[in-house]
Design a protein around this ligand. Structure first.
Ligand SMILES: Nc1nc2c(c(=O)[nH]1)N[C@H]1C(S)=C(S)[C@@H](COP(=O)(O)OP(=O)(O)OC[C@H]3O[C@@H](n4cnc5c(=O)[nH]c(N)nc54)[C@H](O)[C@@H]3O)O[C@H]1N2
Ligand SMILES: Nc1nc2c(c(=O)[nH]1)N[C@H]1C(S)=C(S)[C@@H](COP(=O)(O)OP(=O)(O)OC[C@H]3O[C@@H](n4cnc5c(=O)[nH]c(N)nc54)[C@H](O)[C@@H]3O)O[C@H]1N2
Ligand code: SF4
Ligand SMILES: [Mo]
Length: 715
């Protein structure tokens, strides 16, 4: 099929999944336009808005170095063009050799939260059946794992926002911990307008980010804690709510369990003591607790929300911090009430669906646990294999990356949708491990830094060249639609995986038509936590064409209307109550000390996405910002003899990065910030810590201890 046709679809990047229309202009080759016009569409999350990345997203389709043919490393060590047959034969032959020699587990798979549901599902099925390896995990481990672990533990289910995003608009207060939506999801800021106008927007961030600036210009508040001490802020807020009798005692008694143990645990975190650890003034903590309580339904307010982002989750105490955030929401009586609640703001385009359909080490489709016998039987029946043939739980991402190439670790890795060389914590170590593999196969749309290390690079289709579904940050399942043909020989991953399966003598059939894959996914998810049984591409299309409300999972049957709001009648835990769990502050694993006296925090900028593989190839975005920088306070700069624009070296136990200084009073004087979107000497993940959260396996991207000094050579 040759297609170059207008299509209603959604942005390729973040989980907001802003709606857009693509209009390919006629181009040189049939089906391959040289220009694709992007126009925003009205949709409840973006309401006709797009950020600069969305507006310019079509540029990646025509990137000059777009991958268009398979590449196989030749005898000279160069990546050379090959046919698909040759490339797939090489991969299949070497995978079989490695598994014959070292066992099934010697092959590992690394997926991504940007893949469609159909691709993520097929990748998980491919790993568990064709490769029969337990070793599959994905970059969502770096992203949503702490929020997911805490929500599952507390509520029995993890759907980032268990309510439509637009519900935020009616609330009097929103507490936003470690999230910079004004740069990471700009069109979402409109949903904070109500809380902002009511003086109830509270942002917790060691930097006065663009989002924090929205909060502190009115009656709201910007809390600027010592990096890595958010848990103390939350424990103090819990303390104050109980101490001042601001809790919703009836809700707590009726709908939660475990409150008494939490109340006892937070008794030691009176605000003056908390202030000595987190640096947030006790008076400010009291004001915020009162503001949240006043907005809560039990006290007649219009509603309140507690929301977390990566700033508090990407920590060795990320799960504990989210657990405390949920406890705060529960004590105030928010979850399960219309117009109030707790939510985690999912990051990647399909970060939500990507964690539901089986590319996570411990999960099968439908958000089922791989160690649950009933789940194994159900999924095995859909796949037509014996339940015993399915492997068990594999290693979480950081552990998996650390094991690569070691004596008992995987010898081969297939990467689908992640640029680990730039985005993994302690990336130098990860890169060395990737180099030590017997076989690295990377499927990508562009020659990412990780693809350039590979033995075989497979060119795959992207976003506007494929059909499929994505599940947005609110659990809404939406359609991705094809507007144009893939360039050259690029093929869908569904086809790539099916071809590899055939060559490897697969025990199962892998479908290649996205609508059919989705139907199978729906059957595999039936009865699971994330139940898509009542959905199909056809139903999603009809719902959208009819101006429907959108379909939020669970959708257990074809006549089920979907579930925009969870928990209205109870929590899917064994006793129907939300669990409160006591947690305590430990502090970052790599904390400041004499040789490393400054906190390094990391994050994002408006114009670039993740490892930058896509946005660095967009001329407008590269022109806006073409490299990393070190943000630091003038007081710190002055003490260190650093001036605006001078090269700064940031050094940790793991390594160093060099980038130009940006002086700003918006950051704490004991802290520096670097964005992570670039490779090379400005790559902050050469410096970040790969210590992980004991519950979720989340690496501590956000906080580590560094020494900061002027760099001798220019940055
Ligand atoms: N422009 C852009 N948008 C994106 C993305 C992108 O790469 N670029 N990626 C998408 C993805 S996958 C994700 S996960 C989301 C992430 O979205 P966010 O969570 O909003 O983004 P980050 O910039 O990683 O982190 C948010 C804030 O955490 C703060 N922070 C750092 N350390 C701490 C701390 O110890 N405590 C607190 N309270 N805050 C801290 C940082 O200063 C930063 O302002 O964005 C999505 N949207
Ligand atoms: N220091 C620091 N590091 C971080 C973070 C941080 O806050 N600080 N955040 C972490 C977080 S939250 C995340 S989500 C990760 C993200 O970091 P990565 O996992 O590296 O994510 P991307 O850069 O989005 O990489 C996606 C790759 O897949 C390619 N691609 C796009 N579409 C497709 C497709 O359909 N199929 C295939 N096979 N490839 C495709 C893109 O070209 C790109 O090379 O980074 C993490 N790293
Ligand atoms: S906010 Fe996210 S989904 Fe919307 S246009 Fe920007 S990158 Fe795309
Ligand atoms: Mo993310």
């Amino acid at each position: 099929m040759t297609a170059a046709t207008s299509a209603d679809t959604h942005c390729p990047y973040c989980a907001l999944q802003c709606a857009m229309r693509l209009d390919p202009a006629s181009g040189a080759a049939p089906g391959r336009p040289t220009e694709v016009a992007v126009t925003p569409r009205d949709f409840p999350t973006n309401r006709g808005g797009l950020c600069q990345k969305g507006w310019t997203s079509a540029r990646v389709l025509t990137a000059p170095d777009r991958l268009t043919v398979p590449l196989v490393r030749d005898a000279q060590g160069e990546l050379a063009p090959s046919s698909w047959d040759e490339a797939l034969d090489v991969v299949a032959t070497r995978l079989r050799e490695i598994q014959d020699r070292h066992g099934r587990e010697a092959v590992a798979v690394f997926g991504g939260g940007g893949l469609t549901n159909e691709k993520a599902y097929t990748l998980g099925k491919f790993a568990r059946t064709v490769l029969a390896t337990p070793n599959i995990d994905y970059n969502g481990r770096f992203c949503m794992s702490s929020a997911a672990a805490a929500a599952t533990r507390a509520f029995g289910v993890d759907r980032g926002l268990p309510f439509p995003l637009a519900d935020l608009g009616g609330a009097d207060a929103v507490l936003l911990l470690g999230s910079n939506v004004a740069e990471t999801m700009p069109p979402a800021v409109q949903h904070l307008a109500g809380a902002r106008a009511a003086g109830g927007l509270v942002v917790v961030d060691p930097r006065r980010s663009a989002t924090a600036a929205l909060a502190d210009d009115g009656q709201g508040a910007h809390l600027q804690p010592v990096p890595g001490t958010d848990l103390v802020v939350l424990l103090a807020l819990l303390h104050i709510v109980w101490a001042e009798g601001l809790d919703d005692a009836a809700y707590v008694a009726e709908r939660t369990s475990g409150a008494e143990a939490v109340r006892r645990a937070v008794s030691q975190w009176w605000p003056e003591r908390a202030e000595t650890v987190c640096g947030v003034p006790a008076a400010q903590l009291r004001r915020v607790a009162r503001l949240l309580a006043a907005a809560s339904p039990s006290r007649g307010g219009r509603g309140a929300y507690v929301l977390t982002g990566r700033g508090v989750e990407q920590s060795t105490q990320g799960t504990a911090t989210v657990t405390a955030a949920i406890a705060l929401a529960l004590v105030l009586g928010l979850p399960g009430r219309v117009g109030s609640g707790y939510g985690a703001i999912t990051g990647q385009g399909n970060g939500q669906g990507g964690r539901e359909h089986g590319q996570k080490a411990d999960q099968l489709p439908g958000y089922r646990r791989i160690d649950d016998d009933g789940a194994r039987r159900h999924v095995a029946a859909v796949w037509g294999v014996a339940p015993e043939s399915l492997p068990g739980s594999g290693r979480p991402a950081v552990e998996l990356l650390h094991a690569l190439g070691t004596a008992d670790g995987p010898r081969a890795l297939l990467v689908h949708g992640s640029n680990l060389v730039v985005s993994a914590p302690n990336a130098t170590r990860v890169t060395e491990n990737l180099r030590s593999l017997d076989l690295l196969v990377v499927s990508d749309v562009v020659p990412s830094e990780t693809a350039l290390l590979a033995d075989v690079v497979l060119p795959v289709t992207q976003w506007a060249e494929e059909e499929g579904t994505m599940t947005s940050l609110e659990g809404r399942v939406i359609r991705r639609r094809r507007a144009l043909d893939p360039p050259g020989e690029a093929r869908s991953e569904l086809w790539v995986l099916a071809e590899l399966a055939r060559r490897l003598g697969s025990p199962v059939t892998l479908e290649t038509d996205p609508a059919e894959v989705f139907d199978e996914l729906a059957r595999a998810s039936a009865g699971g936590v994330a139940d898509y049984a009542g959905l199909s591409h056809e139903r999603l299309d009809a719902d959208e064409a009819g101006g429907g409300p959108g379909l939020y999972w669970p959708v257990p049957s074809a006549d089920h209307p979907g579930t925009p709001r969870l928990f209205l009648t109870g929590f899917p835990t064994p006793d129907g109550r939300a669990r409160m769990i006591p947690v305590d502050h430990v502090g970052p694993s790599d904390d400041v000390r004499a040789e490393a006296p400054v906190h390094l925090v990391t994050g994002r900028v408006l114009q670039h996405y993740q490892s930058g593989a896509q946005t660095r190839r967009v001329p407008e975005l590269a022109a806006a910002l073409d490299g990393a920088y070190v943000e630091l306070h003038p007081l710190l700069a002055d003490r260190l003899g650093i001036v605006e624009g001078a090269a700064v070296r940031v050094t940790s136990r793991r390594g160093d990065a060099v980038a130009p200084a940006r002086l700003t009073g918006r950051i704490r004087p004991d802290t520096v910030f670097m964005p992570f979107h670039w490779a090379g000497e400005g790559s902050v993940n050469r410096v970040t810590s790969d210590a992980t959260d004991p519950v979720s396996g989340m690496p501590e991207f956000k906080v580590c201890a560094v020494d900061v000094a002027p760099a001798a050579e220019p940055a």
